[in-house]
Design a protein around this ligand. Structure first.
Ligand SMILES: Nc1nc2c(ncn2[C@@H]2O[C@H](COP(=O)(O)OP(=O)(O)OP(=O)(O)O)[C@@H](O)[C@H]2O)c(=O)[nH]1
Ligand SMILES: [Mg+2]
Length: 336
């Protein structure tokens, strides 16, 4: 899909307060088209801020900063010569989708409080990027590469699509990335093996086998000891939306119900299959144990039981593991 050119964007209010003055901890998210980068970012933010779809969607570099105590997100979009084109105090998903679809817009900056509990330490910045393998728009590949070269990221999250593991485009992107990062061998990279909810264990598609395949695939490309987190980004987002009493669409409710129905059968398998330092895995297992204990005590309180199920889902969705890894890394670099 090519992006329409619209020349009617006008600055509405200044967003000069956008870039934060204090030290930030930047997380860059990369993947081929439709692997789930934006869904993963929305799940980390805890709200459906950015538009996602099953087609080439993200076309701009998008920077989202967590700010403690901000009532709403504020945002601005910028042209290719870095002029602010528009700013908005509380941009809707639809407005952000329009900015993203506008061919004049190169980047979008957003800042606000992430709706997750516990709140991240201030200064966490997530960077969404376009999938570079869009044959109809070469600017996506250029922007992705520019993000890799210009963002001073502390952590890289690379999203693999579990239902299409090892496509030619994915391998090419990973090879390109390995070359780009050749000078920084210690760069933390978390491989998000997303969409694991689409696997059908009854057809032999077991999670452990998919993680092993991903491990071999990544080693073959040159990522020696990959951290791999089986993830259900969209289900985690829906669970977080439900926990903050946001309205879900019918399709989202139905997907959430399906994942919750399978929760008992999948939760430990997902955590067991995660390839991450023991310290991190232990932390997430402990969180799950605590929730399970609490659930037994709440067995007769339907509302508490349902909330607990949602928390369990978030805990095993991969999101808590990624958050624990990021927090750990921030502590290591003295940021928290
Ligand atoms: N089943 C399932 N679908 C998912 C998951 N995560 C994302 N999706 C769906 O995959 C499609 C693409 O998701 P996006 O988040 O837009 O993917 P993206 O990588 O940002 O895509 P581009 O911006 O176009 O490169 C959407 O329809 C999402 O709802 C997941 O964990 N499970
Ligand atoms: Mg996207």
């Amino acid at each position: 899909m090519t992006r329409p050119t619209i020349t009617t964007l006008k600055p509405q209010e200044t967003a000069s307060s956008m870039p934060s003055g204090s030290a930030t901890f930047d997380v860059l998210v990369l993947a081929t088209m439709s692997a789930g980068k934006t869904s993963f970012i929305n799940a980390l933010i805890g709200q459906e801020l950015l538009h996602t779809a099953n087609e080439a969607t993200t076309a701009c570099m998008t920077r989202i900063e967590h700010r403690q105590g901000a009532k709403r997100f504020s945002g601005a979009c910028y042209s290719y010569n870095d002029t602010e084109l528009a700013a908005q105090r509380s941009p809707s998903v639809a407005l952000l989708r329009d900015w993203n679809a506008n061919a004049e817009v190169k980047r979008i900056n957003l800042a606000g409080t992430f709706k997750v509990v516990p709140r991240p330490a201030p200064g966490l910045v997530l960077h969404d990027t376009p999938g570079p393998n869009n044959s109809q728009d070469a600017s996506h590949a250029r922007l992705m590469l520019e993000a890799v070269r210009s963002v001073s990221f502390k952590v890289l999250c690379y999203v693999l699509n579990a239902s299409h593991l090892g496509t030619r485009d994915d391998r090419l992107l990973l090879e390109q990335l390995r070359e780009e990062l050749a000078g920084t061998p210690d760069q933390p990279i978390y491989f998000i093996l997303n969409k694991v909810d689409l696997l059908d264990p009854e057809k032999g598609e077991n999670i452990q086998g998919y993680v092993s395949n991903a491990q071999h695939y990544l080693r073959d490309i040159g990522f020696e000891q990959p951290i791999i987190i089986p993830t259900m980004a969209s289900a985690a987002l829906y669970a977080r939306k439900a926990l903050s009493a946001e309205t879900l669409t019918r399709a989202q409710r139905s997907k959430l119900r399906q994942v919750l129905d399978d929760l008992d059968a999948t939760k430990r398998a997902l955590l067991n299959a995660t390839v991450a330092p023991d310290l991190i895995k232990h932390r997430v297992f402990k969180a799950l144990d605590n929730l399970e204990r609490k659930q037994q005590a709440e067995a007769f309180d339907t509302r508490a039981y349902e909330k607990n199920q949602l928390h369990q889902l978030v805990t095993i969705s991969g999101l808590k593991t990624v958050e624990a890894l990021i927090n750990h890394q921030r502590r290591l670099v003295g940021q928290t």
